[in-house]
Design a binder for this molecule. Structure first.
Ligand SMILES: Cc1ncc(COP(=O)(O)O)c(C=O)c1O
Length: 472
């Protein structure tokens, strides 16, 4: 039989693996844990000493024990290659009508209540009236010339060296990622993704008959690079999809050194960089992987869905060495697309209003995040079964955050209960092919305001979450 201290080591290990404890999190004090588990302080001390020796936790002079910055989940949490089966769950959740919800915190649509969005739709109106004056034609790839010119400028802002010849306009980032996968993989190939991972990308793997290996990713620092290296040693990998800046769902931001290390260990493998939240940094953001890529193998996918409006369906791909294959598919996929939208958005981008808008929304989301975090954690902390037992991510950009609850929480049941109260959130199991995130919830604070609807909604949500947890 295991000794008591070994059981404590196992418990803390599991909490780190399942991300209930994140790198940098303070662990319960020796006294707290000995009371909570009804064991002696010496048992806790021995367990903490063993965890410290394995470099999973660190003793900090004034704050006690904290989870090490590089606490790596065990190899067991890397999934075996398998097919995705998320279509029915995602369809059910995504097709819910938005209007009846008191608090729509489930979807990842941006806040559209800004003057620039009104100008944009006025521009679309003008272009729409003009259509009968020009002969009908297909907007063939690569896409509208002015739009591409403007996207070159926007891309150069991020330190990516590019030119109009390298950009293909797509139907949102979704089509950019889909065509990229089609160009570089065959059904049955293995694609590595982060876990948790944006469900739209998992659905693409499902529909293309690709196998997925999920690599654990921390809520703060992103994909576990040691686990990634181990997976690359074990399997032949056709591609990696990564969303390293203000990740959906967790909001994590990969550091510059980690980006360089990531490129180093994935040498030669095509990388699909999904950067749809990348322009929403509250402060500084590291360079996109594309800007650091010396092998021309990063396929950079982006869109205006998170910064302007997802209804535009304007995205683009900068595909490096895979451009030709992707352009061929883009051509035959829909024989050109969205003439009106491409020309109107191209014109709108020439006005300079988009850059002003970006600077406004960054500030707005940063403020929303601060207030949302304060309000929601205050509500959660009212419940003893939640206080110090959850982790709410604090992104440095974007408008999504990830709530990690104690392992016994069933986010699907919480999701269904919340829906009965007209509150939408997304359950963690939408972001993986396995059940390891079923105790997590994704919440969008894009439309957060200090008003009755949000204040009451978050109070109710905290009550529902607490009601699903053991009070012992
Ligand atoms: C991480 C991520 N990638 C891609 C997409 C798809 O974006 P688009 O609306 O441009 O197709 C989304 C949309 O939610 C997303 O969150």
């Amino acid at each position: 039989m295991s000794k008591k201290y070994q059981l404590v080591v196992k418990l803390i290990n599991e909490r780190i693996d399942r991300q209930s404890y994140q790198p940098g999190d303070k662990l319960p004090s020796i006294r707290e844990l000995s009371t909570q588990l009804a064991i002696s302080k010496n048992t806790v001390i021995r367990a903490y000493q063993q965890l410290e020796a394995s470099q999973l936790i660190e003793a900090h002079p004034r704050s006690g024990y904290v989870v090490a910055r590089r606490a790596s989940p065990s190899i067991a949490t890397i999934s075996e290659p398998g097919y995705v089966d998320l279509m029915s769950l995602s369809k059910e959740i995504m097709s819910l009508p938005l209007s009846r919800h008191v608090l729509a915190a489930g979807s990842a649509h941006p806040d559209t209540d800004f003057p620039a969005i009104r100008s944009l739709y006025a521009e679309i109106g003008r272009h729409s009236r003009y259509q009968t004056n020009i002969p009908s034609h297909y907007q063939l790839p690569p896409g509208n010339e002015e739009l591409i010119r403007q996207i070159v400028f926007l891309t150069q802002d991020l330190g990516i060296t590019t030119s109009a010849k390298e950009i293909l306009i797509t139907h949102g980032a979704q089509q950019a990622i889909s065509l990229s996968l089609q160009a570089i993989t065959q059904p049955g190939d293995i694609v590595l993704v982060e876990s948790p991972s944006y469900f739209g990308n998992l659905l693409l793997l499902e529909s293309l008959g690709l196998k997925v290996v999920e690599i654990p990713a921390s809520v703060t620092t992103g994909i576990d690079l040691k686990a990634l290296e181990q997976a690359l040693e074990r399997w032949d990998v056709a591609a990696i999809i990564i969303n390293p800046s203000f990740n959906n769902p967790t909001g994590y931001l990969m550091s510059q050194p980690d980006r360089l290390h990531f490129l180093d260990i994935t040498h030669g493998i095509p990388i699909i960089e999904d950067d749809v939240f990348g322009r929403l940094a509250y402060g500084h953001r590291p360079s996109p992987l594309k800007a650091l890529d010396s092998e021309n193998r990063v396929i950079y996918c982006n869109s205006l869905s998170k910064t302007l409006d997802s209804r535009l369906r304007i995205g683009w791909v900068i595909a490096g060495q895979y451009q030709h294959q992707i352009e061929k598919r883009l051509m035959t996929d829909n024989m050109g697309s969205l003439n009106l939208m491409q020309s109107a958005v191209g014109q709108f981008l020439t006005t300079g209003k988009y850059r002003q808008h970006l600077s406004k929304i960054r500030k707005s989301y940063s403020k929303k995040h601060r207030l949302f975090y304060q309000t929601f954690t205050m509500e959660l902390d009212h419940y003893p079964q939640l206080k110090n037992q959850y982790h709410l991510s604090q992104p440095e950009g974007g408008f999504l955050c990830w709530l990690t609850l104690p392992e016994t929480a069933d986010s699907n049941a919480i999701y269904r209960d919340a829906l009965q109260h007209d509150i939408t959130i997304l359950p963690g199991n939408m972001f993986s092919t396995q059940s390891q995130h079923n105790h997590c919830i994704r919440i969008s604070f894009a439309t957060f305001e200090i008003n009755d609807s949000w204040t009451k909604g978050l109070k109710t949500l905290a009550r529902i979450i607490a009601s699903h947890l053991d009070t012992r």
